[in-house]
Design a protein around this ligand. Structure first.
Ligand SMILES: [Zn+2]
Length: 132
């Protein structure tokens, strides 16, 4: 059973699909600029150690940013997968329907607000996606 109307579900699917395109573009852009950096370094530009560590820090920063984007992309894919399976919009913990207003604000939400709050208390404020 689903508690979202077909038009609500379609709106959320559109939102997720659109956001997926944006995030994928950011990841591509990030990967391109990271690739460009390492290409330039390999291209024989020899700096002193200071330059090198600045360059590495910059790469770390890009990677950290990209990691967030990759995580979001994965969350979007999982949400789209749940839509396909027909489990979308139901709390992963208690199985109750997640209110449309919450899904509209967070289309990748996996839990209802009380369960999410409890989850964040247990896992220290981060939405931990099971890695297995
Ligand atoms: Zn719940």
């Amino acid at each position: 059973m689903t508690d979202l109307t077909p038009s609500e579900l379609r709106k959320l699917t559109d939102k997720l699909t659109h956001r997926r395109g944006e995030v994928a573009a950011m990841i591509r852009a990030g990967a391109a600029s990271a690739g460009h950096d390492s290409l330039r370094r390999m291209g024989g530009e020899v700096g002193d150690l200071g330059d090198e560590s600045t360059a590495l820090q910059q790469t770390d920063l890009n990677l950290a940013e990209m990691e967030g984007e990759v995580r979001e992309l994965r969350a979007i894919d999982q949400a789209l997968e749940r839509i396909k399976e027909g489990t979308y919009g139901h709390c992963a913990d208690c199985g109750c329907p997640i209110p449309y207003a919450r899904l509209d604000a967070y289309p990748t939400a996996e839990r209802c607000t009380p369960c999410q709050t409890r989850h964040e208390q247990v896992y220290g404020g981060r939405d931990v996606t099971p890695s297995l």
